[in-house]
Design a protein. Structure first.
Length: 131
């Protein structure tokens, strides 16, 4: 279905997806989903997200990822934050599917025909800070 968001990606079967999607009533919802190799599982979702543009963010600290969302009108007013311990996103923690790299790809994606309920995804920036 229609969705746009960010991903921490190890393979097509091992990833975390953080996205805005349309539910069955064609309303926008925020979804955090994890696939550790046995199918995508939604671990958290917000059904009443603010209208307008949404700011999505992934913060990485070792093997943990923190996913947060805020209204673009007020970035300091975070309405969602969830941390995931994700050793399955690297060779160190993923014993079933070894890709011979120790890192995770992080990216943004959008797929949908533009509709009234789900306008096209517009990505304004992608920042990476090395600590």
């Amino acid at each position: 279905g229609s969705q746009a968001g960010l991903t921490s990606y190890y393979s097509t079967t091992t990833y975390i997806s953080f996205s805005i999607r349309l539910d069955s009533q064609k309303k926008r919802i925020l979804v955090l989903a994890v696939n550790t190799g046995s199918g995508e599982k939604i671990i958290s979702q917000v059904k009443d997200i603010p209208e307008g543009k949404i700011f999505l963010k992934i913060t990485t600290d070792g093997l943990s990822r923190t996913f947060s969302a805020a209204s673009l009108k007020n970035k300091s007013a975070t309405f969602f934050e969830h941390s995931v311990y994700a050793p399955f996103l690297s060779d160190e923690g993923n014993k079933l599917e070894r890709k011979r790299h120790t890192g995770t790809l992080t990216g943004m994606y959008g797929n949908s025909p533009e509709t009234k309920n789900f306008p096209k995804a517009v990505f304004t920036c992608f920042n990476m800070k090395l600590l």
